[in-house]
Design a protein around this ligand. Structure first.
Ligand code: URA
Length: 273
């Protein structure tokens, strides 16, 4: 979109007035002055500012996923200045962006962000049933039978967990997931390690780590690659992307059924079957 059209649509000035602002050197795109009247911008990607103030089009709600790297807190601000996910997403273009749920500092993977408070609240509500897939590398050699308590619904210190489908990953899945040297070191420290998949419909604090710790296999590395209809795919670590319209529709569909009490009861019955 031409910059003067963008400015006019954002309500900064008329098309002509916007051109005047540009030629006066008061408009920047990604920090660089944009005085050329032919300048084009990509909505949602380029950062446009007038007199240093960011200008955004009212584009409705925004939905994006981040591939969270290890070492970042899931918060939009940390008073102690530690690295947090806010620095990895376009928060200035989209004021009000917030993470839906949280991953621990050392957990990697799919983290959903939105400016849609209603959808966020539904997905965060304890009664929702959006399945999340976690892949854990745990200390020791795990036998399938050891996962039975998790499948049945293990009780932790804050109460019983819902039954969680889980399985041991095969070696090729494990190698794809944790190919880097940091993982090799974690594995080396542990002596033996096993990859385990856990599907959760809940979101209690440190839940996967506590569940696997409770069966005697502390988590070395933890990654989330699916959340409801969303899949991380090959999104690079530390990168974000907008959800496609199809993904947003699918998310809205699951959240509308998840907030329906009849669905929640039905899903519970299925979980316990
Ligand atoms: N469970 C955990 O233990 N940690 C996470 O980050 C997510 C789920």
């Amino acid at each position: 979109m031409r910059l003067q059209r963008f400015l006019a649509r954002a309500g900064v000035a008329s098309r002509r007035g916007s051109e005047d602002l540009m030629t006066a050197g008061r408009v920047t795109v990604n920090g660089a002055p944009a005085t050329e009247l032919g300048t084009k911008v990509t909505v949602g990607v380029d950062r446009v500012a007038v007199d240093g103030k960011t200008v955004a089009l009212d584009q409705g709600a925004v939905y994006l996923m981040l591939h969270k790297p290890a070492g970042y807190l899931t918060t939009m601000a940390d008073p102690q200045g530690r690295p947090c996910v806010a620095s990895l997403v376009p928060r200035e273009q989209y004021p009000g962006l917030f993470p839906v749920g949280r991953l621990d500092k050392d957990t990697t993977g799919l983290l959903l962000f939105t400016t849609d408070g209603d959808l966020g609240n539904i997905l965060l509500h304890p009664s929702h049933h959006v399945a999340k897939r976690y892949l854990a590398l745990v200390d020791g050699t795990v036998r399938d039978a050891e996962l039975e308590p998790l499948r049945a619904g293990i009780t932790l210190d804050d109460g019983p967990c819902q039954p969680a489908p889980c399985r041991i990953l095969d070696h090729s899945e494990e190698a794809c997931l944790w190919p880097d040297t940091a993982s090799a070191e974690a594995r080396g420290r542990a002596g033996t390690a096993t990859g385990v998949e856990v599907i959760l419909h809940e979101g209690r604090k440190n839940q996967v780590k506590r569940m696997l710790g409770a069966i005697g296999h502390p988590v070395l590395l933890l990654h989330r690659d699916r959340m409801g209809p969303l899949e991380l795919g090959d999104l690079a670590r530390g990168s974000w992307r907008m959800l496609t319209p199809e993904e947003v529709d699918a998310l809205k569909r699951v959240s509308s059924v998840a907030s329906d009490p009849a669905y929640a009861r039905d899903a519970l019955r299925k979980d316990h079957a």
